[in-house]
Design a protein around this ligand. Structure first.
Ligand code: AMP
Length: 216
């Protein structure tokens, strides 16, 4: 089965991905993580990418699709868990083409719903492990690390992403409304959109997803 997590920034895509990939043995692909890795390149390409991502705007479709296609060449192309892709209709249509070529299709699109105020609070408290990428939140009791600024899982230090601040959040949120929200109707019309209330906590969100996956 192939799954897409669709959500505004900081609604819980990364956290749910960590749980889902373990529980269902999925091949987790975060285009944000792939692009952050590519942006470390010491070149104009790397520096430009870092600037765009730091500003909160979306990266061009060509770049995202290139990075994603390269990644798909070196990984198993089934049981995909797509986190942060597609972000607009063009990317969704391209994804359909890529999967069709591999005799695959998207089976579930989970829309994680969280109100805007709650999202901002999450963005400001979010920390990510430099080593393994695990996600924490210092504003949410159930997501705090056991030791301040240290990853529970691998012991590396936790960092604040450059794009996790109030100003950039506004731009990212607008990008979501303008570019990504139209995907809700796109997938609803295909009958594969499932709405999840992701405002309570990570276990509650996961339980809702699990009950849908268990029903089919
Ligand atoms: P994320 O980790 O999903 O929050 O993504 C961080 C940033 O990476 C976004 O704000 C965009 O600049 C860029 N990005 C990630 N995925 C995409 C995508 N599918 N299309 C365009 N830009 C993306």
């Amino acid at each position: 089965m192939n799954i897409i997590l669709l959500a505004p920034p900081a609604a819980g895509k990364g956290t749910q991905s960590e749980i889902l990939k373990k529980e269902y043995n999925l091949n987790h692909i975060s285009t944000g993580d792939l692009l952050r890795e590519a942006s470390k390149e010491e070149s104009d390409f790397g520096r430009n990418l870092k600037t765009i991502m730091g500003s909160g705007n979306l990266v061009s479709d060509d770049i995202v699709l290139e990075v994603l296609t390269k990644y798909l060449l070196r990984t198993d192309n089934s049981n995909l868990l797509l986190d942060g892709f597609p972000r607009n209709i063009y990317q969704a249509e391209k994804l359909d083409e890529i999967l069709k070529d591999k005799n695959q299709e998207i089976n579930y699109v989970f829309l994680l719903n969280v109100g805007k105020d709650n999202l901002l609070n999450r963005i400001i408290g979010r920390r990510q492990c430099k080593g393994c990428g695990a996600i924490y939140n210092v504003n949410t009791d159930s997501l705090k690390p056991r030791i301040d600024s240290i990853c529970d899982k691998c012991g590396s230090s936790l960092i604040t992403r450059k794009d996790d601040n109030a100003d950039t959040f506004e731009i990212r949120y607008q990008e979501y409304l303008n570019q990504t929200e139209p995907l809700i109707s796109y997938y609803r019309e295909k009958g594969i959109l499932f709405e999840i209330d992701s405002s309570i906590n990570k276990d509650n969100t996961f339980m809702q997803i699990q009950s849908i996956l268990g029903k089919r």
